[in-house]
Design a protein around this ligand. Sequence first.
Ligand code: CP3
Length: 371
Amino acid sequence: MIVHDAAIMPALDVPEWARASHFTDIESPGVEYAFLRACRGESTPFTPVWLMRQAGRYLPEYRRIRERLSFLDLCRDSQTAAEVTVGTVRKLGVDAAIIFADILLPLLPMGLGLEFAKGEGPHVERPIRGIADVERLPNVSVAETLAFVGETIALTKAELRGVAPVIGFAGAPFTVASYAIEGGSSRNFTETKKLMYREPRVWHGLMAYITELTSAYLRMQIEAGADAVQLFDSWVGCLSPGDYVDYVLPYTQQVIASLRSSVPVIYFGTMTAGLLDVIRMTGADVVGVDWRIDLDEARDRLGENVAIQGNFDPVKLFAEPAEIRKGAREILARMEGRPGHIFNLGHGVLPGTPVDGVLALIDAVHAYDRR
Ligand code: CP3
């Protein structure tokens, strides 16, 4: 096993015997993962970095596995899913592992029918359009139906002990609801907003249901060993601040509150520059932002009590390594060495991204001298 020293932060004087046992457990005194310290706004010797969608189609190893397993079968095969995550973390040298799963998996126990057609993205067979569809939603235990995600976490964590902490995740209620209603990806979220504005009772019924399910799903992941969790609210930037407060905020707050600060919670969305004042109210420990806002401005708007994650443009990974390194340094310089920054992209790694670009980025973050 290759121990990735850069991910571990030695503090105090830790004797050799302590290092050799489970020396990076959060419980053990003195030594901690830089990623987890940054989540709590504590100082770290370097800026920790991981990338959303770090395991995916841009990697030849991943494409080879997908030749024999469909995407959903891969998610359900905990052993192989864990191997995908672990292999990626070792190859990239990132400071955190995100488990291999998808924000749309809860649509399976919801009984909506979910498919990933080749090259076309997700498709929901029975989208939600009215009160009857909400009333039909089953009373299910996600901890049981999605138990394979917990197994993936346990296997990943066992493999990466001493190498990197493990991030569990779920879609945030708004973004999951948008897929359940639209039936797939969307540009204007017309069906979602029609339901929200025209049938608020149906909207709130659906959001309450998804909130319960998401809370239980994340609690199961934390019990399985997740060191932190991320809520993906990828498309929430389509809302006005007022609508976010009226139709979404109470549910986001409820999911985060249900976790009772057991592990750090990262809340991520794109195009949220106009929403940061209301996102402050979610209770998240870390807020992820995209490249459409400068990191120092986002930081000032969010205040000192939350850490920040981001915000390199994933399309810039197609640039020459020198340009990538320059872009990384610009973002890091905006933090002026202040703690509470986790370096990431502003959205996921895209298919076709050059692996060398990804490696250049991670290297540039680790090499940056903050003095
Ligand atoms: O490496 C990781 O980040 C962990 C795994 C992960 C996946 N999806 C695997 C995946 C994570 C964290 C996600 C989150 C996710 N899924 C989001 C939020 C982040 C974002 O990009 O906004 C969303 C919106 C989804 C829904 C989803 N899943 C879509 C729209 C698609 C199809 C489009 C696409 O990018 O392929 C997926 C499929 C998906 N999820 C793939 C992977 C690796 C590709 C599947 C394949 O063809 O092999």
